[in-house]
Design a protein. Structure first.
Length: 203
């Protein structure tokens, strides 16, 4: 019986074509190989995400704590799927209600979640830094030393499977049937493996 659980979560919405099925299969396959990893799929909004995580923890013998949460979704410096940076206070409040381990981690596993849009005083983001600041370690309150990781560019792969983790400065794809190139955000870099993450601590 694991004393701590890692969870990889994939949202119901926001995908294109076969992306949702592919990501859910990847999450479920990873969870099938590890007793201490569970997949939460098809959530809609933070309340649903929290409820699904609580159900996983309650169904696991031994009263485990939540060690790691990865949200595997599309993102940019101010958005990861249906979580926008202006909703950080609400997301933080909901996530703080979970039974976290004393040392815990959140991965915002979407593109560019650990960098900024714009430069100087007009720069916005990162959403990962915003979430870390909104969940501060507080003696007698939220006594969890939490690190929130955001990606440093356009992300391939995810933390849960450690598969092909890579960031690039630009992304070329299609939008409304036309070829489009998205350029780098402020502070982005090309990286592989663990170097794709920027870390933001809550203490």
């Amino acid at each position: 019986m694991p004393s701590a659980i890692d969870i990889v979560a994939t949202p119901a919405d926001g995908w294109h074509g076969t992306e949702r099925a592919d990501n859910e299969r990847r999450a479920n396959d990873a969870a099938g190989r590890r007793a201490d990893l569970a997949a939460v799929t098809g959530y809609r909004g933070v309340a649903d995400l929290v409820a699904k995580i609580q159900a996983v923890l309650q169904a696991t013998p031994g009263d485990p704590c939540l060690r790691t949460l990865e949200i595997d979704a599309h993102g940019n410096p101010v958005v990861i799927n249906d979580y926008q940076i202006g909703q950080t206070a609400a997301w933080a409040q909901a996530l703080k209600a979970l039974p976290w381990c004393d040392q815990a981690v959140i991965y915002l596993g979407g593109c560019n979640t650990g960098v900024k849009i714009g430069t100087g005083a007009s720069a916005r983001g990162s959403i990962a830094e915003s979430l870390a600041h909104a969940m501060p370690f507080t003696a007698g309150g939220f006594e969890v030393r939490l690190t929130v990781y955001g990606s440093c560019g356009f992300l391939s792969g995810n933390w849960a499977t450690s598969s092909n983790l890579r960031t690039s400065l630009v992304y070329r794809g299609k939008h409304n049937g036309k070829k489009v190139t998205w350029g780098p955000y402020t502070g982005a870099r090309e990286a592989t493996g663990a170097d794709v993450w920027n870390a933001f601590r809550n203490w």
